[in-house]
Write a protein that binds this ligand. Sequence first.
Ligand code: HEM
Length: 149
Amino acid sequence: MRISAVLCGFLLTAVFALAGCATPDRAKPATTSSLYDRLGGMPAITAVVDDFVGNVATDTRINARFANANIPRLKTRLVEQICAGTGGPCTYSGRDMKTAHAGMAISNDDFDALVDDLVKSLNKFKVPAREQKELLGILGPMRQDIVSR
Ligand code: HEM
């Protein structure tokens, strides 16, 4: 009798332990969603890119570079690029970064200025530090294809 009670207790513990193992996601749903979802999807990415390109337009460090740019197309492609790069349902339709910036003689300072303009928008839209870091971690490595002097 006593042995079966102990055995029963053991089995119950094992069942609960297994049940716990079977539902690990319940404890951490937010940490496993894509960066795209955590940023707020297309509406949030579009709003950030609009604001960011607005910052670039008034940034005298780099705005001359965009004098002949097709701004609506640039915005569309930036949104696509960020959407696709963060795990969203988009396909980037533009040129690769090396081709797109070829012959522009972009410097590290130019690149830093542009990132600065982006961070201003991310802060304005209250994108949390973790998501900012992840996004910059995706865009940062593009420096080697964009900077050419
Ligand atoms: C992380 C950094 C950057 C990203 C992700 C980025 C992204 C892009 C994208 C997606 C395009 C469009 C390509 C296409 O239409 O095929 C583009 C074009 C362009 N980018 Fe960048 N870029 C970055 C840095 C810079 C910097 C630092 C400058 C100059 C200061 C710059 C100047 C331009 C210009 C002038 C165009 C051409 C726009 C046009 O012809 O309409 N970019 N960039």
